[in-house]
Design a protein around this ligand. Structure first.
Ligand SMILES: [Zn+2]
Length: 260
């Protein structure tokens, strides 16, 4: 069983590298030091801890280190005072909705709120670190992680493909992406509250009239830190689409003020 799983993981990563070999180089210059923080509930972070760094590195001069996917061990590292020292941007592909360790959450968020380090938020990062804080997980009630995110989300719709429709086509991140595209699979996160500091860039629509379109790509200005976020993700197949890598790296570069 283990051998089969490893072989499958190798195939997944191999496929990503093959696809990304032809990816457009979006940045050339002094290497941008990226820290990918990954792990937690409900997702294939074992594969994505390779997949996300691969798609970033395929698109230019990036050095990517990883904390995770062992989430228990990752949290020990994230509790250290200098966990983010020396990195230009932190990419979170995590899922820890019920965490109420405000000391840990503060140690993570101060890197952005106080130190102005750019951040990239992927998928379940949007559900993390706020559900059991405050009285209403749909509302921003001063939770530090939500301040960094710029959006609250308390749940998501059914497993279904998501059609992505830009609402701010002229934004530098969106300029390099298709007019619309559809993910192979997905689970559309509800965007319950968009903070005044956040700007929606695209809406996702899974065809479920009851749920309706939701913000699925956005940027946030968290004090002096630029934050790029997308609720798209979940499935490895979605992340392996070239447009996903392009979107993510364009957002990452924008957050670092390096997007041309
Ligand atoms: Zn998910």
């Amino acid at each position: 069983m283990t051998i089969v799983k490893c072989a499958m993981a190798a195939m997944v990563v191999g496929a990503v590298l093959n696809t990304d070999a032809e990816a457009e180089k979006l940045y050339r210059g002094a290497p941008i030091k990226v820290l990918h923080v990954t792990g937690g509930c409900c997702h294939d972070y074992a594969a994505q801890s390779d997949l996300i760094p691969a798609l970033i590195k395929a698109r230019g001069d990036f050095k990517v280190d990883v904390i995770g996917p062992d989430w228990k061990a990752a949290k020990v590292k994230l509790a250290k005072a200098d966990w983010a020292a020396g990195y230009d941007v932190i990419v979170y592909n995590i899922c820890d909705a019920h965490n109420t360790d405000t000391t840990l959450i503060h140690n993570i968020t101060k890197v952005h709120i106080e130190d102005a380090t750019p951040a990239v938020m992927i998928h379940c990062a949007l559900h993390s670190f706020h559900w059991n804080l405050g009285s209403d997980k749909k509302k921003y009630e001063g939770e530090e992680w939500v301040k960094v995110l710029g959006i609250t989300s308390a749940n998501h719709g059914p497993k279904a493909a998501i059609t992505v429709k830009p609402v701010l086509k002229e934004h530098p991140i969106m300029k390099g992406l298709p007019a619309t595209w559809t993910t192979p699979g997905g689970e559309l996160y509800n965007s319950h509250e968009v903070l005044p500091t956040a700007t929606p860039l695209a809406m996702g629509d899974n065809g479920n009239a009851k749920q309706g379109p939701q913000v699925c790509i956005w940027v946030n200005q968290c004090e002096q830190a630029r934050v790029f976020g997308t609720s798209l993700g979940h499935h490895n197949t979605t992340m392996q689409e070239p447009v996903y890598g392009d979107m993510l790296v364009r957002g990452l570069l924008w957050a670092c003020e390096k997007l041309k």
